[in-house]
Every structure is written in C-alpha cells, then in structure tokens.
Design a protein around this ligand. Structure first.
Ligand code: NAG
Ligand code: NAG
Ligand code: NAG
Length: 975
C-alpha cells in the first residue's frame, strides 16, 4: 500500500464515491452480520468515530484521546484507521494504520473509493500553523489494476475544514479540493460559502456524487434563526466547482443544525438536522430528502423517526445508496437504555420514502451511541458506536456490519398498448407466482402504486399480461406513465420498479347515447366522454355522426358536430325504416387512426305518424268512447297503444287495441283526463302520439232533507244523486272539517249518521255524492245545502251513589264537554237540585229517613237553571238505600241547621244556582216519608224530571217527519 500524504487545516472529509450504476436491485431485510472491534482496545479509543464502506472495503477510524494521561498537559491524541476486507463470508481486518500526532484532535473523517482510502485528522496546533490538520491518503496497490482509469471526478479529493477562519470570520469554514495527478494530490480550489459568517462551520459535512458537491453548514443562521443551518450545492463545470444553490429546510427553526450530516446519490440528497425540535421534543431531529429536477434541488420529503423522542439526535449521521437512506439517532433510548442509539432505514418507492426498518445492535447497551457514524454501499451498511464497551472497558467503541438481501428482480416491460379508456401491458414473468405479486403505477398527475389483481400469464411466451379495463379510473385521451414492479408476497417488499413506459390512451366513447325516432327524423343525444381534469392531450375537437339505412347497408352520411354539442337531429329520413347510427369523438380535425375515439353504435327505426280523426266523448261521467283512423304511413299499424291518465288521481290505464274504436267505463267525475294513442308494430315499435284532453262532469249536489238530533249523534236524511256510488258527510267542528261516510241507503232514502260527537255544539254539515264508494274529496260531487245542527249531550259517566245515615252521597265524572254545558241536574225522588257543571259530588245528609231505598237521577243539561231542553243529556238513575240513625232525634235537627248554613252562603255568591224541592206525594205516601221544608225553594219550571217521553226532541219538526224512535236510550237505570 502506497501512502500519499498531504497536510491540511482542520477537516472533515468525504470523498467521491464510485459511480455505482449496476443492476437496479433493492436491498432490504437488513441483518447484523458482524461486529468489528479493536484488538486490545482501550477506554476512550472511540473506535467507530467515523466509518466508511465501499464495495469490499470498510474503514473504521478510532481517535484515542490520551491527553488525560499526559501529566504535562500536552494534548496527545492517537488515531488509527482499521481497514477491513470482505471475503464474501467475513469482514477481515486487513491493516491498521496509526496516525500519531501530538496536539492532534482526531475527529476526522474517512472516505474510500476503489483506489484510495482517505483519513482526515484535525489539529489544534498551538503554533498557529497554516496547516491545521492532515489528510492521509492510502493507495491500494493490491493485485487489481487500481488507479489506471479513474472516472473524471474520481480523481478529486475534497476536504472540509469547518473551523477555518475566512478573513476575520473565525470558524466560518472552508472546503479544499485536491486533484490527483497520478502521483500527488494537488490543491486545486478552495470553496467558501457565498454568504458565510463567523461560526458557520461550513464543511462540517460533505458529500459528492459525480459533478455535484454538497457541503453542510449546520451552524449557519437563517434570517434571525441562529444555528438553523444551511447546505450549499456546488457543481463542477469541468474545471471548477461553482456554488449553485443554497438549500434551506421548509420548516426550519432556530438550532435545527440542518446540514449536521449530508449524503448524495444520483438526484437524491439526504440532509440531517439532528437538533430539530418536533412538537415538544427538543433535539429529536429530522432529516430531509432533496430531489434534483434536472436544474434545482427541491425538498421532497421530511423524514421523522416513527418512534422518535426528545434528544434522539435523529440525523446526526446519514447516508444514501441505491434507493436506500440510513439516518441514525445515536442518542436514542432502546428499551430502558439511554443513548444506546438506533439507525433507521428508509426506502423509496419511486415517489415516497418509507421507513422500512429500525437497526439496533445485537449487544447494545446504555451509552453505546450506536449510530455515531453510518455508511452504506449497495448491500452493506456499517454503523459506528463509539461508546461501546469491550471486555468490561467502556468507551472503546465498536462498529457493526449489516447486510441487506435483494428484493424481487426488476420488472422489464416488454410492451404496453393503448386502448380507448384502458391499456394492456406485457412484462417478463419474475420468479414463482406463489411468492411474487405485481404492482403497477400509472399516472398523469399523481403517482400511486396499486396491486395488480391476478394478471394473466401467457404460457407460450411466459409474459404476464395486465389489462387495465378492470381499473375504472383509467380514462381516455390521457398520457400515462406506467411502471410495474414485483413484490414478495410474504414480506410485502417490492423490487425495483421497471423503467417508465409512456402511452396515451384514446378518447372514450360518448356516454348516455340515446336515439329518439320520429316519423321522418331521429333525435340523437349524448354526453361527453370522460375527460381528464388536467393535461388533456390534445383537446377534443369534434364528434362524427355516421348513419346508414340498414336495408341498403350504405353509408348515407358522415356529419361533423361541434365538440360542445350533445344533441343532433338526423332529418329527411324514410318512415318505418331501420337506421344504424354511430358516433365517435375526435382529437383532431382530420380524425384518423389513434386520434379517433371509440365508436359506439345503435340501431333504431323511424316510426308511425300520428293517427287521424282522433275524437273522444263521455256518454255519462263513467263511459268513454273514442275513435280514430290509421296514420298516413304506407303500412297499417299492427295495434294501437292507448292510455288514459288523470293527473289528479295519479291513475294510469293502458290498452293495446286492434280496432280503431275504444269504449271503456272507468272514469271518475270531475277529473281532467289525458287520452293518448299511437300506432305500433313489432318491428319499429310505437309511433307518434296523438293526445286529447277531456274533463268529466261533476256529480250534482245532493240535498239534506231532514235531520234528527240524538245522544251525541246527528242523523241525516239525504236525497240520492244520479250516477253516485257513495256519499260523504262533511262536518265542521270549529274550523276543522271532518269526513264521515256512514251512509245507509235504501232506494231514494239515504240515511247518514254521525256518532260520538260532542253534544250541544253547533256543527255545519254538508253532503257530497261521490263517483266511488270510498269517497274522497277528489272524487266527490258538488256540495249539498249547508245545515247547522247540534247533538244532545251524553250520559253523565261513572254516576255512583252510596247510602249514609239518613242520606246518601253521589259522585260522577265531570263531563268533558266544556263548551255550551252549563250545569247538571240531579234529583232524588223527593227533590231536585241544579249544580254547576264542574261539580262532581252531591250529598243529602241527615234529612232523609234511614233504611229506605231512594231513586237518584242525574242529567247533564245545557241551561244554567237546569231546565232541560232538547239538547239535554239522557237521565241516569240509580237506587240507593239510606242508613238508619242509631242515636236520638236531636242530632237530626242539628244536621238540618248545618245544611242550611252551607247552602245559604253558596247561593249568595251565585255559584249555587238553585235548590228545587219537589215532592212526589204519591211516592212519599207510599214510602211514608215527610216533606222537606227549606228556604229559597223554587217552583218547578219543567215537568217531571224523570219523564223520558218529553226528552224525545225534534229541532225542526216541519222538516223532520221521522222523530227518533229510540226512546229507551234516554234513561239508564243502574242497579
Ligand atoms: C473468509 O474469512 C474467514 C475468517 O477469516 C475464513 O474463515 C473464511 O474461510 C474466509 N472465506 C473465504 C471464502 O476465503
Ligand atoms: C508526543 O509526546 C509524548 C510526551 O511528550 C512523547 O513521549 C511522544 O514521543 C510524542 N510523540 C510524537 C509523535 O512526537
Ligand atoms: C495564535 O493565534 C491566536 C488567535 O489569533 C493568538 O491569540 C495567539 O497569540 C497566536 N499564537 C501564536 C503563538 O502566534
């Protein structure tokens, strides 16, 4: 191994990577393969401070700080570079290079490519030397012919010196570029940030890929945010590196340290911001993916650890290779172990970077700082852990090698063909169908991988076939970019995507095509084909309508219609003739080949013209007669389609008729009917409709001839109406009209009853004849004379009396007929009393003979003085037996005085209406009772209260020749 050595300022270094463009295999399932350790390591060796891996070589730097052992206070630091080589099964230590320099703080970096290994060390030289650091370059002189042909950028060495002063700006930082002339490395250029300031630490992280160099400056202020950090992009123009762009994070905050680590490959860059705060979590850390669009780098995605926590320092180190990004968080907690450290693997699906794995060390422990440094090359990752304990000695450090395993192979698309609103692709079958599934990504404005459901396998050529017609979101007239990839069914891990296949689908067919034929023309209507929301390529230009007469099978015409049209009329056609009509959309004026949209065709026939001499009439309201003559077409219809429809009834009658006359009897009175007819045959269907509007006659008014008043009941005598099939009584109570249809008819005498209505209330009553037995307001005729009438009050409910000593007590329910009810009349066989209508209790105490059965009656009346009239309710009578007194006669007299003293004040305040005492002398004599003698006795105003004959009432005897015969209803005796 030949050693080239050049002395430099303080540094960090990273170097050109090989231009690794190989088969696009993606690695996953990263597994710890080996732990690298120093032989006889010592505490504070910090093995793993920097790691680098490239192909079969890995270099691990240690930086042994021995200053604490030096009694004279002289800084003494030893660094070592351990070179390992992979022999396919093992990483074997190949060489140890010691870098021993008093006064050197070894915090350098390492980079390797095929030929060279570079180690940087930093120096805080007390002599203020111009050179404040070293870079050690080792050339591999192994068996291979290394070094003879190095890629154009591979002979460039770039060294960061983040603490270099620039002018008066201490610690602004510089980057040195060296070029190898075959033997020596000569300094070629010094790069300085265009907007650098003191303490920026420009150069603290560096990464190069081809002609692009990115330099982290994590201490840079952005606006007023100190230490937010910036990353500078330099581009090589063939001779020199020029600053091209300054990258700043979209969501940057003070102290993020954006640029704490950087990595680059092809058009992706990974940038750590290890001190970034996330939510409340200070220094949890973030990483950013930037993507190059050919000219500029744009932030594509922010990576955040799925399980991140405060002070994880996610982003302290990062690297990218072959579509895999590794970002470490060396201070993160694992289980209960603080600062054990983790590293996160992210993988690109071509659009989005997904966290796929979290790496930890198999023997990790508290304070290991796994992830101090990371490096990735193809299928190997190396992770440094400077705090690792070796053989009970802490802070010796270890490095861990992880190996990734290849995912399914990259799919190769053989062919994709555009159809109208779909496409079809063929690709090489990959692996065993039982372990491999496929995903497709087709897009015109957004990308999304979707599972291909059961592609069909073409056995003869072993191609998979995908037919997108099952994917309805694929539309015509769109340029799609198609990629397919294979995925492992058990791990869900997908291999590299195929290269893009671009095609433009053809315009869809028009939608909702409808043909409406007439006698000599056909109306065509349709709606536009589905078109993409954006990026219509090219615009829909016009439609073509083509039609031919089927019997002639000749194209009659191709008609061009504007692209905004959605209807057209084909006119001057033959009647009763079949036509086939096709329509398609066009992308261009010429409209040929792929510019022609999908054709859609329908066949229809022109139809019969209208019938002639169409007339209809009604002989009575029910009977319809119509007649007509055939249409003027050369052929006669096979049948006529005849409909009768009433909009009021939502009624529809349909007839197929062979003759030219229709007689039917299905109409109702007072209805608007629409009667239509059209000529039809089985080939061309039905033709043009002829219509007649007809209104049927309304039924005449009935007449209310007489009526009767019953108990909560009104009875009507109604005269019949010609053609009527039913009658309807309408009763208005207050403002509400109620319908009653309890009608009995015999001959011309029609009786209607309205039952269970409130008594003593005036009702307006009307009657209508109906053209249906089930009358309703639509079907009814003209209204009858309007009569006002009342029903009688009903029975007093729950009337109950019990005997007490020389008296009795009665209770009943208050009548729930407040309107017009003024009082109750209650009687017992020797007296009669008028009570207020809210009274529900009555007693006679101490005034009657004990041990005697009395009849007690009650009746609801309409008058305040309890004179019964024709609307008074029926009488309820019950028997009650008074109890005998068991003491002397003196208390009986006392009771009379008490009764009088209650009655008189009640009378005075007017609530008590009156007391009526009537002595039925015959009864008295028979039962041997004496007459009561009370003050304020009124003479009887109406006749014997119990005489039910007088309760048969007729409000209008002149017009009511049939008084109510149901006299028994007027009295109820309860035993
Ligand atoms: C690789 O190295 C290991 C450890 O030194 C050794 O056991 C193994 O035989 C080597 N394999 C090959 C293929 O050389
Ligand atoms: C570093 O200093 C120590 C102590 O002063 C001395 O023993 C050692 O030789 C020196 N090493 C070098 C490389 O100068
Ligand atoms: C080295 O530089 C520092 C800062 O400029 C200065 O303070 C110091 O005196 C210098 N030392 C020597 C030995 O020149």
């Amino acid at each position: 191994m030949k050693k080239n050595k050049q002395i430099l300022l303080l540094f960090l270094l990273l170097i050109i990577q090989l231009n690794l463009i190989k088969t696009n295999i993606i690695y996953y399932d990263w597994t710890q393969e080996q732990i690298l350790e120093e032989t006889s390591g010592e505490s504070r060796d910090y093995f793993g401070r920097e790691v680098e891996i490239c192909e079969n070589y890995s270099i691990i730097l240690s930086a042994q700080d021995k200053s604490h052992q030096n009694g004279e206070g002289i800084l003494q630091v030893t660094g070592k570079a351990y070179i390992y080589q992979n022999n396919r099964t093992n990483w074997n230590q190949q060489q140890i290079i010691e870098i021993n320099q008093n006064g050197t703080i070894f915090q350098g970096s390492v980079a390797i490519n095929n030929d060279f290994a570079f180690f940087g060390s930093s120096l805080a030289d007390v002599n203020n030397n111009t050179f404040q650091g070293e870079v050690y370059v080792f050339k591999n002189n192994g068996k291979d012919n290394f070094g003879a042909t190095v890629a154009i950028y591979n002979d460039v060495l770039i060294v960061g010196s983040p603490q270099a002063a620039v002018g008066n700006n201490y610690t602004q930082g510089k980057v040195y570029v060296f070029k190898n002339n075959g033997t020596y490395w000569n300094q070629q250029q010094i790069l300085i940030a265009s907007d650098g300031k003191s303490n920026d630490n420009f150069g603290l992280s560096i990464a190069v890929y081809n002609d692009v160099l990115i330099v982290g400056s994590p201490q840079s202020a952005v606006g007023n945010n100190y230490t937010q950090g910036k990353v500078y992009v330099f581009k090589n123009n063939g001779s020199y590196w020029n600053q091209q762009q300054i990258l700043i994070s979209s969501d940057g905050q003070q102290d993020d340290t954006f640029g704490s680590s950087v990595g680059i490959e092809k058009n992706y860059s990974i940038i750590g911001a290890s001190q970034a705060t996330i939510g409340e979590n200070f220094a949890q850390g973030k990483a950013y993916i930037f993507q190059n669009n050919g000219t500029y780098w744009n932030q594509q995605q922010i990576l955040i650890a799925s399980d991140g926590n405060e002070e994880d320092n996610f982003g302290v180190s990062s690297a990218i290779s072959n579509g895999v990004v590794i970002v470490s968080a060396d201070n993160s907690k694992v289980g209960n172990n603080y600062s054990q450290g983790k590293a996160y693997i992210f993988q690109s699906d071509g659009n989005y970077w997904n966290q796929i794995e979290i790496l930890t060390s198999s023997d990790g422990n508290q304070g290991y700082y796994f992830g101090t440094s990371v490096s990735i090359s193809e299928n190997y990752i190396v992770v440094g852990a400077i705090g690792a304990t070796v053989e009970n000695t802490s802070d010796v450090g270890k490095a861990y090698i992880f190996q990734g395993f290849p995912g399914p192979n990259q799919v190769n698309i053989e062919n994709c063909t555009s159809l109208y609103s779909s496409f079809e692709c063929y690709w090489d079958q990959i692996g065993d169908l039982s372990t491999i599934s496929y995903q497709i990504n087709y897009h015109y404005y957004e990308e999304n991988w979707i599972d291909i459901n059961s592609p069909s396998l073409n056995d003869s050529i072993l191609y998979e076939i995908f037919d997108s017609s099952n994917y309805p979101n694929i539309i015509g007239n769109v340029e799609y970019s198609i990629q397919i990839r294979a995925c492992n069914i058990s791990t869900n891990f997908c291999g590299a995507a195929s290269s893009h296949w671009n095609l433009t689908t053809r315009i869809d067919s028009v939608k909702d095509l409808q043909l409406n034929p007439n006698q000599y023309y056909i109306n065509i209507s349709w709606s536009q084909p589905d078109v993409p929301v954006i990026n219509l390529i090219p615009k829909l230009d016009h439609y073509v309508i083509s039609y031919f007469n089927q019997s002639q099978t000749n194209l009659i015409n191709n008609i061009s219609v504007s692209n905004s049209s959605t209807s057209y009329q084909l006119s001057n056609l033959e009647s009763l003739t079949l036509y086939t009509i096709s329509i398609w959309a066009c992308q261009t004026e010429n409209c040929s080949g792929n510019e022609q949209g999908e054709i859609i065709s329908q066949t229809t026939s022109t139809v019969f013209g209208p019938v002639t001499n169409f007339t209809c009439s009604t002989s009575n309201i029910y009977n319809l007669s119509c007649s007509w003559k055939p249409p003027t077409n050369s052929q006669l219809p096979n049948y006529y389609n005849f409909t009768i429809q009433s909009s009021q009834l939502n009624d529809y009658q349909n007839y197929s008729i062979n003759s030219t006359i229709l007689n039917t009897a299905l109409l109702y009175s007072n209805m608007d009917y629409t009667i239509t007819i059209k000529g039809c045959n089985n080939e061309t269907g039905c033709g043009i409709i002829s219509t007649i509007e007809l209104k049927t006659t309304q039924l005449n008014a009935s007449n209310i001839n007489s009526w009767e008043t019953g108990i909560e009941q009104i009875k009507l005598n109604i005269s019949s109406v010609e053609f009527a099939k039913g009658y309807q009584i309408t009763l208005n109570e207050g403002n509400e009209w109620k319908n009653f249809s309890q009608i009995n008819s015999s001959g011309n005498n029609i009786y209607g009853e309205i039952n269970n209505i409130a008594g003593n209330i005036e009702y307006n009553v009307e009657v209508r004849a109906c053209s249906e037995t089930s009358c309703n307001s639509i079907l009814s005729g003209k209204p009858s004379n309007n009569i006002t009438m009342k029903a009688r009050l009903g029975y007093v409910e729950e009337f109950n009396c019990v005997g007490i000593i020389e008296g009795f007590e009665c209770n009943w329910n208050e009548l729930n007929l407040a309107s017009g009810l003024n009082g109750y009349s209650i009687s017992y066989y020797i007296s009669k009393e008028c009570l207020a209508n809210d009274t529900t209790y009555f007693d006679v105490d101490d005034d009657l003979e004990g041990g005697v059965e009395y009849s007690v009656s009650i009746q609801a009346v309409t008058t305040t003085d309890c004179f019964p009239d024709e609307y008074s309710g029926p009488i309820t009578t019950i028997k009650v037996t008074t109890q005998k007194k068991t003491v002397s006669n003196s208390s009986k007299n006392k009771g009379g005085i008490i009764a009088a003293s209650i009655i008189v004040p009640l009378f005075v305040i007017g609530i008590f209406i009156g007391i009526f005492v009537y002595i039925k002398k015959r009864e008295l004599k028979r039962r041997g009772y004496k007459e009561l003698n009370l003050k304020n006795v009124k003479e009887p105003i109406f006749d014997d209260f119990l005489d039910s004959d007088d309760l048969h009432l007729n409000p209008n005897p002149k017009t009511n020749p049939n008084p109510n015969p149901n006299q028994h209803e007027d009295e109820k005796l309860i035993k």
